[in-house]
Design a protein around this ligand. Structure first.
Ligand SMILES: [Zn+2]
Length: 190
């Protein structure tokens, strides 16, 4: 990202409302550019590289691993307004595990892009199911607030949008899949 280019345009946006050269605003364009560098930093992260798995060190742990309520901060691609909330991410190990902090970083990697909540939810699930972790099951539950709607009075303040995505390995049977999904949703919603 070219910070000077972004700052230049922010300067001209501010100019629509106020004198951008006044004290409080003078350094704002570059501050905004630096902030956006962080908010869009997810484009520079390869999501699969976060998921380097290792052989099971947990004595053949075969139950679902759930990381609940991972906070995230994103921007909606329609208004560049804040989307923020939590994501709960789970996978069913298949002989390999991944560091738990990697699941938080995976959420962050997709959150720090221009997003719609539905796509972010699916991207997290797709990345996990196609990783060399080869999990039996993947569940993603995202609960978020959209400032483009709340701040313009288009929905009630504090209202949440919930999205979810499930994926399974081809050899996970229907019964186990349904159990995993029910168990995951009970944890995610609790
Ligand atoms: Zn929006």
């Amino acid at each position: 990202m070219d910070k000077d280019e972004v700052a230049y345009h922010i300067h001209h946006i501010i100019k629509q409302f106020e004198d951008p050269s006044r004290d409080g605003l003078f350094e704002t364009p570059m501050r905004v550019a630096k902030a956006w560098e962080h908010w869009t930093g997810g484009y520079l992260i390869d999501p699969q590289s976060l998921l380097k798995s290792f052989e099971d060190g947990a004595e053949g742990y075969r139950e679902m691993v759930v990381v609940k309520d991972i906070p995230f901060y994103s921007k909606c691609e329609h208004h560049l307004a804040d989307i923020f909330g939590t994501a709960t991410v789970a996978y069913l190990p298949n002989g390999r595990v991944v560091g738990l902090s990697k699941l938080s970083r995976l959420v962050d990697c997709f959150a720090r892009r221009l997003q719609v909540q539905e796509r972010m939810t699916v991207q997290i699930a797709e990345t996990l199911i196609s990783s060399d972790l080869e999990p039996g099951f993947v569940g993603v539950y995202v609960k978020a607030r959209h400032m483009c709607m709340e701040s313009r009075g288009l929905c009630q303040q504090g209202h949440h949008t919930i999205t979810q995505a499930f994926r399974r390995h081809f050899d996970l049977g229907d019964d186990r899949y349904n159990l995993c999904r029910d168990e995951f949703l009970a944890i995610a919603r609790s």
